[in-house]
Structure formats: structure tokens, C-alpha cells
Design a protein around this ligand. Structure first.
Ligand SMILES: [Zn+2]
Length: 417
């Protein structure tokens, strides 16, 4: 299961939404970005200095909150001998729950999906999540090829960052043949020139695009008909040939053309993930429709199949509104779990004091833990090395997954019944 999968993206997105919504009462929320090559002892020393600097803060509450947060971050850092390969991000601070005095110290550590390049310590009224937000956008990449008779431009779009990797001239003879040259000979020379040019562009494309981690497709463009010719005659690796998403007219090659094609492909790019999602749900619907026994849906059935180890892909809807709660009886100590969907959770919490312990019959249950059902199921699947896909509700298939199948479905390796 790749770290760049839809599940880790979903989790990071959810964590960021949560973090960016928090606001401190004063300038007292700490964000710490530690690059992989930074010594933990360096960071700790730096934080001790910040602790000293914080003693100048006038407001006693803010000063206490900042210093408490720094101590907590230092404690958290002790869990690491060195930063993980991509570095480490820690957010910590006193977050208000209501009126002044209601602040609760919260701490989050996040391992970023890409390496962090710079060290950052910031104390602000908000958590500084921009760097992570950008990483989230920058996970997917697209190859860009622009060709016309004069040359070619190859570039990479990663998130919002555009990079021109190579520009080459075509070497194709001009449109007009030299005096005395026969038309046939001119055509042959031109043909050879075109082939050699396409060959070179293909080689560069293989070199640049084949080892990109998460290449989602190739955008092909340029003025005139050369791009269509290239689409037919290119010698790129067969996997790249299949990844050409669009062929678009642009006024230029070069930097201007690259900007133009990216602008005009935004809709296509947005749809790529949607197409993936549609296909994932359709593969489930296919098994279901053909009654192959290789699909299950709903919490109980999917859980059962996960336990049996027969799940190939687990599909979870982003809109799944359900929680698993852990309960503990204060009389007999019995631990139990419940799964609650949507509004049931609120009702359950409100009436918890009336719930009866199945072991001793008393009404002394308390809630010890509450987790999204999506996480519980995803963790179960990941432990077993099963692919997990988190599906948005942006497509018809995605909203069908939520509405008709309870947001939980799976395609199996083989029929389980
Ligand atoms: Zn009990």
C-alpha cells in the first residue's frame, strides 16, 4: 500500500482541516517542522532557547501556555532518536473549548508525505499548516510534451509546480525545398528528420516520465498537426503511450505553451481521480451485478470478509458517518465496543447513563474511546496488507457507494460463500 494512496491523502487532509480550524486565545500555538537531516538534540536546544525567550511574554496565561507547549514538544521529541526519513512535524498548543480558562493542551505529530527541506519553529495564534497543504497538492504529477516542426518541450507538473525539464530543436528540414531538389527526395529527407526527432523526444520522455513516482498522465500539445503525428508515431515506452490523457492545440511550444496546456487541462486533471474512483466502484458493481459472490457491502459483511482475509480492495466512502466506541463498566470492569451510525451516536452519548452492562446489569458504562469507523476498518485492512481506497462523493458512483451500500464495500479475491 503506497504512502501516496487515497487513504493517507484522506487522513492528512482531514488532519489538516482539523488543525487549521483551531485558534489560540493568544499567540500561543506552536508549529515545528524538523527536516530529516536535523539532529533531535539541536532541535531540543533550540526549543530550550525559545522557552527562555517566552519568559518575556507579558500576558501570564499566554506565557504559561507557550512554555507548557514547548515542554510538551520536547517530551514528544524524546520519543525519536532521529527524525523519520521525511522529517517530522509537531503541532502543539492550548486550544480553547469555550470561555477563557477552558483551554486544553493538544499535541499532534505528523510524518509528512514528502521530505521537509527547511527547519521551522513558529508560535502564532494558528497552526502553520501551509507547507503540508502544499505537499498534499503536490503529490500527483503529470508529464507535458509539446511538439511542433521546430522542436519540443518536455515538462513536469507536480501539484501546482511547473518545471520545464528539456527543450530540444527538431532538426526537421524547413517546409520549402531547396532549388533543384526533387519533391520525392525532399519528402524522404523530411520523413527521416521527423522520425529521428520523434525518436529523440520519445527517449527523453521515457527518461523523464518513467521513473516519476505518481505519474497520473501525459498532456500532449503544440501548434499544428505535429502533435497528432507524434501521438501515432512516437516510440515511448508502451505504458507512457497509454497515459496520454489529452491532445490539445496550443499557440506555442516552450514555456508559454506549457502554461497554456496546464491551464486548459485543469478540468481533465481534476477528472483523473474521479475516473479512478468511478472505476473502483464500477469494479465492485460489476461483481455484484454478475452475482459472482466476489463482492460484499455493509459493515458486518465487510468486517467478516476482512477477518477471513479474502478482501482484495476495500472501498470506503469519505461520507461514511459512523463511529466505533469503546465502553468500560466501572462496576465489573467489562470492556466492550459498539458501532454507531450517524445520528445514533449522539443519541447513544446522551443516553449513556441508561445503557445496561451486559455482564453485571449495572448502568455505569463510560466511553473510553471513540474513533471513526473508516479508520477502524482501514487499519484492519492495512494490517493485512489489503488495498484501501477512500472514495469521494463527487461522482455518481461515489454517492451511490454511500447511499446504497452504506459507504462500505469490498471486492474479494474469490467468492467467500
Ligand atoms: Zn458491568
Amino acid at each position: 500500500m503506497s504512502e501516496r494512496g487515497s487513504l493517507s491523502r484522506f487522513r492528512l487532509r482531514r488532519a489538516l482541516d482539523n488543525l487549521s480550524s483551531k485558534e489560540g486565545r493568544g499567540t500561543e500555538l506552536i508549529s515545528l517542522y524538523v527536516p530529516p537531516d536535523r539532529q533531535i538534540s539541536d532541535v531540543t536546544n533550540n526549543l530550550r532557547q525559545e522557552y527562555g525567550t517566552a519568559s518575556n511574554i507579558k500576558s501570564t496565561t499566554t506565557r504559561k501556555h507557550v512554555q507548557d507547549a514547548i515542554v510538551k514538544v520536547i517530551q514528544r521529541l524524546k520519543l525519536f532518536k532521529q527524525p523519520p526519513p521525511n522529517g517530522l512535524i509537531i503541532f502543539c498548543g492550548a486550544v480553547p473549548r469555550g470561555p477563557p480558562g477552558s483551554e486544553v493542551m493538544e499535541i499532534y505529530s505528523i510524518i509528512p508525505p514528502e521530505p521537509i527541506s527547511t527547519y521551522l519553529y513558529r508560535c502564532d495564534s494558528r497552526f502553520h499548516t501551509d507547507i503540508l497543504e502544499n505537499m498534499l497538492r503536490e503529490e500527483e504529477s503529470y508529464g507535458i510534451i509539446l511538439v511542433d516542426t521546430s522542436g519540443a518541450t518536455l515538462g513536469v507538473l507536480r501539484g501546482r509546480r511547473l518545471e520545464i525539464v528539456r527543450e530540444i530543436t527538431s532538426g526537421i528540414p524547413g517546409k520549402h525545398r531547396a532549388g533543384g531538389q526533387s519533391a520525392r527526395r525532399f519528402e524522404r529527407l523530411r520523413e527521416m528528420g521527423v522520425n529521428a526527432f520523434f525518436g529523440r523526444v520519445s527517449e527523453y520522455a521515457d527518461e523523464i516520465f518513467l521513473h516519476l513516482d505518481d505519474l497520473k498522465g501525459i498532456l500532449l500539445g503544440g501548434p499544428g498537426p505535429t502533435k497528432h503525428e507524434f501521438q501515432d508515431k512516437n516510440k515511448m515506452h508502451y505504458t507512457l503511450k497509454k497515459q496520454i490523457l489529452v491532445t490539445l492545440d496550443t499557440a506555442y511550444i516552450g514555456e508559454q505553451g506549457v502554461k497554456e496546456i496546464v491551464e486548459r487541462s485543469s478540468e481533465t486533471i481534476r477528472r483523473v481521480r474521479y475516473i479512478e474512483e468511478k472505476e473502483l466502484v464500477q469494479s465492485f458493481l460489476y461483481e455484484l451485478g454478475h452475482d459472482t459472490g466476489m463482492s460484499v457491502y455493509g459493515y458486518d459483511e465487510v468486517l467478516n470478509s476482512l477477518d477471513q482475509g479474502v478482501v482484495k480492495i476495500l472501498l470506503l466512502s469519505e461520507g461514511l458517518d459512523a463511529k466505533g466506541v469503546d465502553l468500560s463498566c466501572s462496576v465489573c470492569g467489562k470492556q466492550s465496543t459498539r458501532t454507531l451510525f450517524g445520528p445514533d451516536l449522539l443519541k447513544f452519548e446522551e443516553n449513556l447513563n441508561k445503557e445496561i452492562c451486559t455482564e453485571c446489569g449495572s448502568t455505569s458504562l463510560s466511553l473510553t474511546q471513540e474513533r471513526d469507523l473508516l479508520d477502524i476498518l482501514a487499519d484492519l485492512a492495512e494490517e493485512k496488507g489489503i488495498d484501501v481506497e477512500v472514495i469521494s462523493t463527487e461522482t455518481e458512483e461515489g454517492s451511490m457507494l454511500l447511499r446504497s451500500f452504506g459507504g462500505i464495500a469490498a471486492v474479494l479475491h474469490f467468492a467467500s460463500r
